[in-house]
Ligand binder design. Structure first.
Ligand code: GLA
Length: 564
């Protein structure tokens, strides 16, 4: 079976409905039209993590160098600074809290050096501050640091998911981060199947204990750069509320406190941004910790990380020494207007409107009919930029004016037909925008990008844009890279539409013809009316011509990210 068609044959939302229902047909129709289809929330159970989770975790700041006192000091810091009241309310203890061995009953044991009174009093103290309590475990036989994991022993045997989850419930755990080191893969089995089995077992254990715990899955991060990555990203939503897809944010090192860490912010942003099709309220891509405000990050870089994460609706989990955050950093991290962009009920991923070597322009639809716009400056000099409503898919007419609220300065730009951005090096501009009625509803407009699996370079070199010339090239931010996805699924640029004519796509006059419609699958394929895939052939360090080819399974030259 060609598994590449799984999404088209039976999208997730259809799997939950009895066949033959009118609703099924209707959903099928909607799903087929150039939009990935998502499972609806289970009725009768309250949705966990309806907005991206927020909180604090020790790892990027302390790694294993912490005690219960450090955890509680940071919890107090969240309350004292007001960050808890702004939503950073879940305190999670990461790796190294447990011992290497279990007790005679097979229970996990807290490390007595770090937790002399055990874990329960720590959980109680955190709850007593009005905060939620999170804990780390691992789907393998050992955690990443070599301590007792919940998964099957090395070589096979009984796992401890249910037993450990019962223990967590007895402590009052509200949030579980399940890492993915050292997962046992039986002979003849695949790594992907072993991970799925482990995460499914954890999910079943969470249901069995009947205490609501937000479930954060690290499984995809262990497949980053491989074709299996997309398969794993497709199933994590069936089990948990958020998932780490990739490499860790750079940690703080006591011996090298001044090491710059902004590069890891840009890298995690670059792999998270193209994955919008996997997320929705209750299911979030997790780009890893907010290290903004910590050592190795300037205030501009702190603004940038918070705004980028907010544009992506990413979880906001601080990992810093809260007591050492400067008042300026606390003000940035607690900026209510920016946090409201992150926590917006629609939960959209930002659209990449434009990217060049130094700058990204982002656009995000918000609930209530407003929008967010951000301009990131990755370069070393300030940039000035003039943006127009049409850049974001608004109607290009003289009456279309945007009112823009600058979320850092708190000042309003009165209604105007342009938006002026002046952005310092490593900084970001971010506005909440209202559009005049004549602007209409914006179409999905922006870059169509391809991120080749297995490439671990910085994003300047990593991102390839579909150009109207009919090839894929390094993104340059030109108008030739601006596309609109029409409601019927046509890919339109400069007034023409991309048509798969005789195996060679070309730009032709737009019409309502079926051959101009593309289906966009969850795995990221653009599928023609004939069931074939838009492909960018050839080495990905050169201009790659487009072709139409049989869809492969997670073939990196057939995976696209579209405006959301
Ligand atoms: C992995 C995870 C980190 C942290 C460490 C703990 O690297 O990605 O977030 O949990 O393990 O060992």
């Amino acid at each position: 079976m060609d598994r590449g068609f799984r999404m088209l044959d039976r999208p997730a939302c259809l799997r939950r409905l009895p066949s033959g229902m009118l609703a099924t047909l209707l959903l099928c129709f909607i799903c087929g039209v150039a939009a990935p289809c998502f499972a609806s929330p289970v009725k009768g159970r309250q949705m966990l993590a309806a907005t991206p989770p927020m909180g604090w975790n020790d790892w990027a700041q302390y790694q294993c160098g912490y005690t219960a006192q450090d955890i509680l000091a940071n919890a107090k810091g969240l309350v004292k600074t007001g960050l808890a009241a702004h939503g950073y309310n879940t305190v999670t203890i990461d790796d190294c809290w447990m011992q290497k061995d279990r007790d005679a009953q097979g229970n996990l044991q807290a490390d007595p050096q770090r937790f002399p009174q055990g874990m329960k009093p720590v959980a109680q103290a955190i709850h007593a501050m009005g905060l939620k309590f999170g804990i780390y475990e691992d789907a393998g036989y050992e955690t990443c640091d070599g301590l007792a994991g919940s998964g099957e022993p090395d070589g096979g045997g009984k796992d401890h998911f249910l037993q450990d989850t019962r223990l967590f419930a007895s402590w009052g755990v509200d949030y579980l981060k399940l890492d993915g080191c050292k997962v046992y893969v039986p002979a003849g089995g695949t790594k992907a199947d072993a991970y799925r089995k482990a995460y499914a077992a954890q999910s079943a254990a969470l249901k069995a204990v009947n205490r609501p715990m937000v479930f954060s899955e690290s499984a995809p991060a262990y497949f980053q750069g491989t074709p299996d990555w997309y398969d794993v990203l497709s199933w994590v939503r069936d089990y948990g509320q958020l998932w780490r897809e990739g490499s860790d944010m750079a940690n703080f090192h006591v011996k090298k406190p001044d090491d710059p860490r902004f590069h890891s912010v840009l890298w995690n942003y670059s792999y998270n941004l193209p994955l919008g099709r996997f997320q929705k309220p209750g299911n979030w891509n997790d780009a890893d910790f907010i290290i903004g405000g910590a050592d190795g990050m300037s205030l501009a870089e702190t603004r940038t990380q918070l705004a980028l994460w907010s544009m992506m609706s990413a979880p906001l989990i601080l990992s810093s020494d809260v007591g050492r955050l400067s008042p300026q950093a606390v003000a940035i991290l607690g900026n209510k207007a920016v946090l409201a962009i992150d926590q917006d009920a629609l939960g959209k991923m930002a659209t990449l409107v434009r990217r060049n070597q130094i700058m990204d322009v982002l656009f995000k639809k918000l609930s209530g009919g407003s929008y967010a716009i951000a301009v990131l400056n990755r370069g070393t000099s300030p940039i000035q930029l003039e943006l127009h409503p049409a850049d974001f898919g608004f109607a290009a007419n003289a009456g279309c004016r945007l009112t823009a609220w600058n979320l850092w300065s708190g000042t309003d730009q009165p209604a105007a037909s342009t938006l002026q951005a002046n952005v310092a090096s490593h900084d970001i501009a971010i506005w909440r925008v209202h559009a005049a009625p004549s602007c209409g509803t914006p179409t999905r407009t922006g870059a169509i990008i391809m991120v080749a699996a297995g490439r671990h370079r910085d994003m300047d070199n990593d991102t390839r844009c579909l150009a109207v010339s009919g090839s894929v090239e390094d993104c340059a931010g030109t108008s030739a890279e601006a596309w609109t996805i029409t409601p019927s699924g046509a890919l339109k640029s400069a007034g023409k539409c991309l048509v798969p004519a005789n195996g060679k796509p070309s730009m032709q006059g737009c019409s309502a013809r079926k051959d101009q419609r593309w289906k966009y699958t969850l795995l990221g394929n653009l599928v023609s009316a004939d069931g074939e895939c838009l492909t960018a052939s050839g080495p990905d360090n050169q201009s790659q011509p487009l072709s139409i080819q049989t869809c492969g399974h997670n073939q990196s030259d057939q995976i696209w990210s579209l405006p959301n």
